[in-house]
Design a protein around this ligand. Structure first.
Ligand code: NAD
Length: 295
């Protein structure tokens, strides 16, 4: 089975739109998300445009603050301070990467954790670690769990999940979420020995490496659920008949070969990617509800 991330994201967005309507009717609160974009990075501009479009589509308020790449760290922190104390702003997202002269960790730490809809603030990582319901959980990992459940159903308990990657953005939080789902979790990374043998034990294999078609069919147990987080741009040779341009997107998994072995797999594009924005808006709604005066 190919797990359709586009369809799952469309369904989640439709549910969110209904919940936003219900919230507006019962409380007069319209969830609002402010995206801060520093500099001219082309990919970031595309991501931000998509986020704004989807935010408006589910009935939320979308604000964008664009700052030049000459913005100093102090100026960005001052901007965040203003947003932190503005009651009409429920979610704040600083688009990464930031220009080199700005320290991302300082910026993330400066966001009010209650408005940290990316879920990168240490307060939210800690809440996730402790299994607290109030955590704002990073968006891509949330999407991974929703997609795994599309195939396996809601109960993941007892499954052996292997996560390749230990970043704060994907690897670690997805491993914690799988643990919360009562999986037995193994985290593999760049220093892991016998990676293929470890992957072969996985009922659920999550690849968050950033290396094109890294996971081979021989590493995958028959019938496993494979969640491919990777987004890698490679030269297109046109051999698959789909691509006429110069580059194409592939995941961290050798999709065609692994599809023959696994039970279910997320494609790239059209798998985890579309879930990320949907989960961002899920976080924004959660943040807005938690900030409501009566909450
Ligand atoms: P990262 O570079 O921060 O982390 C990569 C991880 O892979 C590291 O923890 C490292 O230990 C591990 N790794 C590297 N080489 C390895 C090897 N040879 N064997 C085993 N492990 C190895 O990347 P990230 O931010 O976690 O992102 C991972 C991938 O997911 C990238 O392709 C990124 O573009 C993609 N991504 C996609 C989305 C989405 O919305 N779909 C969101 C975030 C990231």
């Amino acid at each position: 089975m190919i797990i359709d991330g586009k369809k799952a994201a469309t369904e989640l967005l439709a549910t969110l739109a209904n919940e936003v309507t219900a919230l507006k009717e019962s409380t007069d609160i319209t969830p609002s998300l402010t995206v801060v974009l520093v500099g001219e990075d082309a990919a970031s501009q595309v991501y931000v445009r998509n986020k704004i479009k989807q935010t408006v589509a589910v009935g939320m308020i979308s604000n964008e603050i664009r700052l030049p790449d000459t913005t100093s760290q102090a100026e960005l922190l001052a901007q965040l301070l203003t947003l932190n104390s503005d009651d009409s702003v429920h979610g704040i997202l600083v688009q990464l990467p930031l220009p080199k002269h700005i320290d991302e960790s300082v910026v993330i730490a400066a966001i009010n954790p209650e408005k940290d809809v990316d879920g990168f603030h240490a307060m939210n990582s800690g809440r996730l670690l402790n299994g607290e319901a109030g955590a704002l959980v990073p968006c891509t990992p949330q999407g991974c769990i929703i997609l795994a459940k599309q195939y396996l159903g809601d109960d993941l308990s007892g499954q052996h999940a292997v996560v390749i990657g230990r970043s704060n953005i994907v690897g670690k939080p997805v491993a914690l979420l799988l643990l919360q789902e009562n999986c037995t979790v193994t985290i593999a990374h760049s220093r892991t020995k016998n990676l293929a043998q470890i992957c072969q034990q996985a009922d659920i294999l999550v690849a968050a490496v950033g290396r094109a078609e890294f996971v081979k069919a021989s590493w995958v147990k028959k019938g496993a659920t494979v969640i491919d987080v990777g987004i890698n741009r490679i030269e297109a040779d046109g051999s698959d008949g789909k691509v006429n341009g110069k580059a194409k997107l592939v995941g961290d998994v050798d999709f065609n070969a692994v599809s023959e072995v696994c039970g279910a797999i997320t494609p790239v594009p059209g798998g985890v990617g579309p879930m990320t924005i949907a989960c961002l808006l899920k976080n924004t709604l959660k943040a807005a509800i938690r900030q409501a005066p009566s909450a």
